[in-house]
Design a protein around this ligand. Structure first.
Ligand SMILES: Cc1cc2nc3c(=O)[nH]c(=O)nc-3n(C[C@H](O)[C@H](O)[C@H](O)COP(=O)(O)OP(=O)(O)OC[C@H]3O[C@@H](n4cnc5c(N)ncnc54)[C@H](O)[C@@H]3O)c2cc1C
Length: 183
């Protein structure tokens, strides 16, 4: 999902775990490559572009790609392909068309940073799981201290796994905090 601040959506949220780790390295160079037309092979995409260019041959490039892309993406794709949006379509060379095809299937963006923690869905980091007994969720270091959910160093892909981890560890911790080891 493209937004005013950059990329988001389930795939990006899941990727952010790995990207966050990479960003902490010295001079990270992280790029994301997006295939905007994953259902088409390069050959089929080129044929599709040729068809649109035949149809809109007298229009300017920026006005001849409306069937292929959402309107806001058109100038970005043209810019990344280093083409002139006002160029008449019947003057676009094969090499320029191939450049467009390449950008459509290999759109490459540079990652600068993650969104602030206040916008996080789930946070990586927290107290090490090794310090807690999985059977009781009691701390192995401090008797009577129980941990569950976000305070633990556990995070998963979006899709319910984080809630499940919070519910399960919360249930186990609460049962043992109240009842101790009695079954
Ligand atoms: C927008 C959003 C969408 C999400 N969507 C999903 C999803 O689709 N699937 C999924 O699996 N997970 C999702 N999550 C993550 C999931 O909600 C959390 O992993 C889960 O709620 C963590 O539960 P928790 O009980 O550990 O922490 P929390 O739900 O954060 O509960 C902590 C509670 O402690 C209270 N508290 C804090 N400090 C104190 C204090 N000093 N004294 C008393 N109370 C205090 C807080 O007010 C809060 O009620 C989402 C999270 C967000 C923010």
């Amino acid at each position: 999902m493209f937004t005013h601040f950059g990329l988001t959506g389930p795939t990006i949220l899941s990727l952010s775990h790995t990207v966050g780790k990479l960003l902490r390295k010295k001079n990270p160079q992280i790029t994301i490559e997006i295939n905007l037309k994953p259902a088409l092979t390069a050959e089929v995409l080129d044929k599709r572009l040729q068809k649109d260019f035949d149809l809109y041959s007298k229009k300017q490039l920026a006005n001849g790609m409306k069937d292929l892309l959402p309107i806001n993406l058109i100038p970005i794709v043209i810019n990344l392909a280093e083409l002139d949006p006002s160029k008449p379509i019947n003057q676009i060379t094969k090499e320029e068309r191939m450049r467009l095809c390449h950008v459509l299937q290999h759109m490459t963006l540079t990652v600068k940073e993650l969104r602030p923690v206040a916008e996080a869905i789930v946070t990586a980091g927290g107290i090490s799981l090794k310090e807690f007994s999985p059977k009781t969720m009691e701390s192995k270091l401090v008797k009577g201290l129980y941990g569950a959910g976000e305070v633990l160093d556990i995070d998963a892909f979006t899709g319910g796994y984080n809630l499940q981890a919070a519910f399960s560890t919360g249930y186990v911790a609460a049962m043992h905090a109240v009842h101790g080891d009695e079954e």
